[in-house]
Design a protein around this ligand. Structure first.
Ligand SMILES: NC(=O)c1ccc[n+]([C@@H]2O[C@H](COP(=O)([O-])OP(=O)(O)OC[C@H]3O[C@@H](n4cnc5c(N)ncnc54)[C@H](OP(=O)(O)O)[C@@H]3O)[C@@H](O)[C@H]2O)c1
Length: 316
């Protein structure tokens, strides 16, 4: 398949593009970050510029578009709600209609944060109730995609992994601090079901092969508190787990409101694919094995401009 990955410099997009390219022809779109790899074709493009989405689809002629580009930092969304709306709601709407017109298929990436997290155990039939600007704009994006392109696939996710900056995911946050012997807060009252980006990438590829449509929760089959997640990272990497200090999220002084119980059911996707999704321990084990294999450095070098691969094609 020819797969266009938007946001290919981001945490999910880069891992996804790298996991997909051995089997597929991959085109990766990045924006401000220049990428340095020959593994897939890179297109430099600002999706907010009128006409760019059309030109990107025209140039790459994809069978599938996996839309990972977004404004995914919650506090940045609170600080600039207009840009959050453009990137998280309006760009997905435009992309969905352009993709539908051209005959390709779209997998749009959304978030577990569309729920307020008051009770947890959410299925795809539960009514979302977003709390933050990020969550509001992402939910609006889902609705706009569904309206413009009813055959689109929409995945609500939560993920961690190794990123270009080395600082993008919660897994890296715990790794960076614990490996340096620094204490970190571990929230006792925030629950989630995180998947390793590399595992999520393979599940996405299976979803494309199965030609699924509609809304799916694509999260780990197990859920945990952020405290326990930090302690498990410490244990997996051999760090001192007492450095993870049990803390309430209310004591952390975060700008955007966080939903406390973001535990989502993944049985719909498990049934559709005929397999259950990875649990927390297996994801962390792979996170550790990737570390031992030097994957974090490999990923970071892709963001290093000094080693001159200049194959980035600009679309403006
Ligand atoms: N990370 C999580 O824990 C998490 C949880 C739930 C859902 N999600 C969802 O998963 C998806 C991927 O998130 P992520 O964590 O991988 O995000 P990320 O690391 O912040 O990456 C965002 C991507 O969007 C690109 N981008 C930003 N502005 C753009 C613009 N104007 N035009 C084109 N591209 C632009 C960025 O490009 P440059 O960097 O090159 O500028 C980057 O590649 C998002 O839909 C997010 O809402 C993430």
């Amino acid at each position: 398949m020819r797969i266009l990955v938007t946001g290919a410099s981001g945490l999910l997009g880069l891992n996804l593009a790298l996991e997909a390219c051995p089997e597929h022809t991959v085109f990766g779109q990045a924006h401000s970050q220049r990428l340095n790899t020959s593994q897939f074709e890179i297109y430099q493009a600002d999706l907010l510029v009128p006409g760019v989405i059309e030109r990107l689809i025209d140039r790459t002629q994809p069978d599938w578009v996996i839309h990972c580009a977004a404004m995914a930092n919650l506090d940045a969304c609170e600080a600039d709600p207009e840009r959050a709306k453009q990137l998280n709601s309006e760009v997905p709407a435009k992309l969905a209609s352009v993709v539908a017109r051209g005959g390709a298929r779209l997998l749009h990436v959304s978030t577990d944060a569309v729920f307020d997290g008051q009770h947890g155990d959410y299925s795809e039939d539960d009514t979302p109730h977003p709390l933050s600007t990020y969550a509001h704009t992402k939910l609006e994006g889902e609705r706009a995609v569904k309206e413009a392109n009813p055959a689109a696939l929409i995945a609500r996710v939560n993920l961690y992994g190794w990123s270009l900056s080395g600082r993008r995911s919660l897994g890296e946050f715990f790794f960076n601090n614990l490996s340096a012997g620094r204490q970190v807060m571990g929230f006792t009252d925030v629950y989630f079901c995180p998947l390793l980006a590399n595992d999520l990438a393979h599940i996405f590829l299976k979803m494309l092969s199965a030609r699924l449509t509609g809304l799916y929760h694509v999260v780990s089959s197990e859920c945990t508190s952020k405290l326990t997640f930090g302690q498990l990272i410490a244990r997996t990497f051999g760090f001192d787990e007492r450095l993870v200090i049990p803390t309430s999220v209310n004591q952390a002084g975060l700008k955007a409101t966080r939903s406390p119980h973001l535990t989502l059911r993944s049985d719909k996707i498990a049934q559709a694919l005929g397999e259950s999704l990875p649990g927390i321990a297996s994801g962390l084990e792979r996170f550790y094995v990737l570390y031992l294999q030097g994957y974090p450095n490999y990923i970071r070098q892709i963001g290093t401009q000094a080693i001159g691969h200049s194959g980035n094609q600009a679309i403006g």
